[in-house]
Design a protein around this ligand. Structure first.
Ligand SMILES: CC(C)(COP(=O)(O)OP(=O)(O)OC[C@H]1O[C@@H](n2cnc3c(N)ncnc32)[C@H](O)[C@@H]1OP(=O)(O)O)[C@@H](O)C(=O)NCCC(=O)NCCS
Length: 227
């Protein structure tokens, strides 16, 4: 009885210690989560329940190991984080300060991704490669960028500071700073706070393959008409 009580007491002390240490070491990230998620009620809730923070903590350890060439151990940690949180951050990625992933499930961040400071990602975001070559093949995300749920940012491209990538956008080209990009393929709809004159087809999601097929059909019809 006394032994059980002692074990429970030690576990409580260890948990409190963990919360205290994490709230010091990751205070900036916790504050960023509190600022960027209106649903967050307290720092304690964030430490205890936010998968984005848990994935980031494990990533920081994995990245430390990766930089010391302990690749397998680093990947193992990253896979454990994926199992626990649904967020896969390659330990080779480079992530700046005050990074926050809201909800998180389904986020994938590739090996050569660079993320600068104050970036916010939502669930289902992919920062992926678009070629099988080695070397830098994932995006560079500037400071203060927000990437909406389900968006895919592919290839060695640069997303400029203070930009917004809309939910479900597919971005495959550089984006200048202070831009808003939406759609498939991503189109800039706002720059430096001004709306650009872009026709967005909101009733049909733009499909580049379908657009190519339509273009080919049109050319075949033109050729047939000319004969
Ligand atoms: C793109 C986004 C940042 C809005 O930016 P904004 O500058 O406020 O844009 P606006 O609302 O003025 O919309 C600009 C145009 O893009 C369209 N648009 C906005 N978001 C879009 C999206 N994700 N996909 C396609 N079109 C979109 C709007 O309908 C509008 O079209 P219109 O000019 O023809 O009327 C926002 O819509 C978005 O997608 N945020 C992601 C948020 C998110 O993922 N939340 C998840 C919480 S769990």
């Amino acid at each position: 009885m006394i032994l059980t009580f002692n074990i429970i007491f030690i576990l409580i002390i260890l948990s409190v210690l963990k919360v205290v240490i994490l709230s010091f070491v990751f205070s900036e990230e916790i504050e960023a989560a509190k600022k960027k998620d209106p649903a967050a009620k307290s720092r304690f809730e964030i430490i205890l329940l936010y998968p984005g923070l848990h994935a980031l903590i494990i990533y920081r350890v994995a990245h430390f190991l990766y930089r010391r060439h302990m690749f397998i151990l680093a990947r193992l940690l990253s896979q454990i984080a994926r199992f626990l949180t649904g967020i896969e951050i390659h330990p080779g990625a480079s992530i700046g300060r005050r990074f926050f992933i809201d909800h998180g499930m389904g986020v994938v961040i590739g090996e050569t991704t660079i993320i600068q400071d104050d970036v916010l990602l939502y669930q289902g975001v992919t920062l992926g490669g678009s070629s099988l070559e080695h070397g830098k093949r994932h995006p560079t995300i500037g400071n203060n960028v927000v990437i909406g749920t389900g968006a895919k940012v592919l290839g060695n491209i640069i997303i400029g500071d203070n930009s917004y990538i809309g939910a479900n956008a597919v971005v495959i080209k550089d984006v200048p700073p202070n831009s808003t990009v939406v759609g498939v393929p991503g189109k800039i709809t706002k720059q430096d706070g001004k709306k650009l004159d872009v026709n967005l087809d909101h009733t049909h999601v733009l499909d580049p393959i379908m657009q190519n097929i339509e273009e080919i059909e049109k050319r075949i019809k033109d050729l047939e008409n000319n004969n």
